[in-house]
Ligand binder design. Structure first.
Ligand SMILES: *Cc1c(COP(=O)(O)O)cnc(C)c1O
Length: 399
């Protein structure tokens, strides 16, 4: 028997659930791209995006996913042969590092465990060792979605501000913008990238690169910048099409407007952060109970280092895969795979799963996911502690 009929729930860390308001806004035929409402909506859209990132800097909008933004951000700052320090604590830090290397950067990698945050002291040592000041940029991932670890970007930025080193701080917030607290200006971030399909509650397809004044002037030393990736015309277009280096993504812009309105209606980005934090706490309370004398454990031990948008769990192989399959076929809930924990042909690959709780997620969705995981553990005869759902509802009850 299956109980999956009804509305399904994709509880993976991106793409996330798209709200009906966003879908309805996107259900529109193409409009005039030379004048009228679409052109006129841009100043407010740009202002609201900057507010979300907590910056007075600029934003360039790209038609692309996260991989495009890794490239877009580097193309404006790093020339072949330039030195870049990449902080790698998971699959996404590794992806950005690989992109930089392929573009010809001379990369130095600092590796961290995929269940631990960036070690700011180790970064400080690497920058101090670069006495000639040749490192152009430090690349950091705020939330590496593979291990669900959140790093302390405020501490990283403060450390760099205290050093006499010219490196720019570039941060991947693809899994955290609109989920975890992030303060671009206050934390001293020069370039920040985000994509539409995670905390922004949109389909994949729009990418954002936020640029500080320092980064904007650093770009000017590059001799050749790919005209498509060049952020200058996108930031300050003389003609509307230059926002996107071509045809505007009409329907995506309408959807983004609706998503930003949802954030505003909720009470702004701080209310959104608070919701994500509360829901994450409910999830972890349940996980702590399951972990008692059981086969399941949270991948990141210290809650301070956990992201509020995604949770990674270990469940003895091959039970994690079995649980995912059970939840999808029996209940209509799709959980995330364990990414970057073990190679796909390694039996341990089947020992990890993730719960995505980013964007358009509320208490009943989280309680529903926890309920089906609890049922799955029982159906599969997995040893687990009792009281998970009661612990989660206790957290929700204090909202
Ligand atoms: C999802 C994600 C990416 C990659 O985004 P794509 O759209 O899949 O290219 C990059 N970085 C982080 C932190 C992510 O979560």
């Amino acid at each position: 028997m299956t109980l999956a009929q009804g509305r399904t729930y994709l509880a993976i860390p991106g793409p996330s659930v798209v709200p009906d308001q966003v879908l309805n806004a996107m259900h529109a035929t193409s409009t005039n791209i030379y004048e009228g409402a679409l052109v006129e909506m841009m100043p407010a859209l740009v202002a609201d995006l900057k507010g979300l990132a907590r910056t007075t800097g600029d934003v360039a909008i790209y038609i692309g996913n996260g991989h495009a933004l890794w490239e877009a951000s580097l193309a404006n700052i790093v020339a072949p042969g330039d030195k870049v320090l990449v902080l790698v604590g998971g699959a996404f830090g590794q992806g950005w590092a690989d992109t930089a290397r392929t573009l010809g950067a001379d990369i130095q990698v600092l590796e961290f465990a995929n269940n631990a945050p960036i070690d700011v002291q180790a970064v400080e040592q690497a920058l101090r060792a670069d006495t000639a000041g040749e490192i152009r940029a430090v690349l950091a991932v705020h939330v590496d979605t593979s291990g669900a670890v959140r790093s302390d970007i405020a501490a990283l930025g403060a450390m760099m501000a205290g050093l006499d080193h010219p490196a720019l701080l570039m941060v991947d917030c693809i899994a955290s913008l609109g989920c975890d607290r992030f303060e671009m200006d206050a934390w001293g971030v020069d370039v920040m990238i985000a994509a539409s399909q995670k905390g922004l509650m949109m389909p994949p397809g729009l990418g954002l690169v936020f640029v500080s004044a320092k980064a904007k002037s650093a770009q000017k030393r590059l001799v050749n910048i790919s005209p498509y990736w060049d952020w200058a015309p996108r930031i300050a277009p003389e003609l509307f099409y230059q926002y996107f280096a071509g045809t505007a993504p009409v329907q995506h812009l309408l959807g983004l407007r609706a998503a930003l309105d949802l954030i505003q209606d909720e009470g702004g980005v701080q209310a959104v952060w608070a919701r994500h934090e509360k829901l994450a706490n409910a999830i972890w309370a349940a996980c702590d109970k399951w972990a008692e004398n059981g086969a399941l454990r949270l991948h990141v031990a210290d809650p301070v280092h956990r992201s509020h948008s995604v949770t990674a769990l270990y469940l003895q192989a091959p039970l994690a895969t079995a649980l995912r399959e059970w939840c999808e076929t029996k209940t209509g809930v799709t959980l995330g795979i364990g990414l970057g924990m073990a190679p796909p042909d390694d039996p341990e690959w089947h020992g990890y799963f993730r719960i995505g709780h980013m964007g358009h997620v509320n208490a009943h969705m989280v309680l529903g996911v926890l309920g089906v995981i609890d049922a799955g553990l029982k159906a599969l005869d997995v040893k687990h502690g009792n009281g998970a759902l009661a612990a989660a509802s206790q957290v929700i009850s204090t909202a």
